[in-house]
Design a protein around this ligand. Structure first.
Ligand SMILES: O=C(O)c1ccccc1NCC(=O)[C@H](O)[C@H](O)COP(=O)(O)O
Length: 263
């Protein structure tokens, strides 16, 4: 069983438990479920930076273990806001990343204008309602863990709720799957091979030519230097999703400026 299989298997158990605690109709009565959301796509298109940054909040990961002992999302939020990030990715998976859906809510209560990505392994419509109810503006749909019909169902549900969707691909099979019926609004190319955990931004370069021009392209994982960001910008990438480099920095504001410049 690879890491994604293990995550998905655990996720099914967690979703079943969550449904016992709070029903889907209860999620639909949460205040943010009916609130309007801000647009990550717009924020990335309109940024004066050559490439926009989606700064990630994560305490730990399967590949790197604990990244930040004293992990406080609200403290990180102040830094990300000061650095004027174009979006924030919040890990809500508890078992493998030590995140929580409550972290999303905590941050949503601090901002109405910074787009918030619910970063999780979404496989069930319950999680889309949950994302909206807890204040997300965008959800991540990972092609590798979804059947084409499931992908389409979750995508359409998100759009009906006014959420945006970041579709994650890692290889040609993923690309074929997500381009089957429609063009996704934003595609994230994951540079991390989840079987080996190796990352290489060359991966973005290799897949780029197979993606439609009208989709907004984001490069994810293993981005640590301004040089890499410049390379990605020259390839036409509009956003970079960065976790480890920022979370582990002594000064997160400086780390973001170093990567993408001040604005
Ligand atoms: O990072 C992992 O170990 C991992 C393992 C299994 C599934 C997903 C995983 N990472 C999620 C991500 O996509 C990253 O958190 C994100 O792209 C940021 O990456 P990085 O800048 O390298 O921290």
């Amino acid at each position: 069983m690879n890491i994604l299989d293990r995550i998905v298997s655990k996720k099914k158990e967690i979703i079943a438990e969550s449904k016992q605690r709070i029903s889907q109709s209860e999620l639909r009565s949460l205040p943010y479920y009916h609130a309007s959301t801000c647009s990550l796509r717009k924020s990335l298109i309109e940024t004066p930076r050559p490439v926009g940054i989606i700064a990630e909040m994560k305490k730990a990961s399967p590949s790197k273990g604990v990244l930040m002992e004293d992990y406080q999302p609200t403290v990180l939020f102040k830094k990300y806001k000061e650095a004027k990030v174009e979006g924030i990715s919040i890990l809500t998976d508890q078992e493998f990343f030590q995140g929580s859906i409550n972290h999303l809510l905590q941050i949503r209560e601090l901002t109405e204008t910074i787009p918030l990505l619910r970063k999780d392994f979404i496989i069930d419509p319950y999680q889309v309602d949950e994302a909206k109810g807890y204040g997300a503006s965008v959800i991540l749909l990972i092609a590798a863990i979804l059947e084409p019909s499931q992908y389409q169902e979750l995508y359409l549900q998100a759009k009906e709720l006014g959420l945006e969707v970041l579709t994650e691909v890692h290889d040609q099979d993923d690309i074929q799957k997500v381009l089957k019926d429609f063009t996704p609004e934003m595609i994230g190319i994951n540079n991390r091979d989840l079987t080996t955990f190796n990352t290489s931004i060359q991966h973005t370069h290799q897949l780029l030519g197979q993606l439609p021009k009208e989709t907004l392209l984001i490069s994810e994982s293993g981005i640590h230097s301004h040089e890499q960001v410049e390379t990605l910008s020259n390839l036409g990438i509009k956003g970079v999703l960065v976790g480890e480099r920022i979370v582990k920095a002594a000064n997160q504001v400086e780390a973001i400026y170093e990567l993408v410049g001040k604005r």
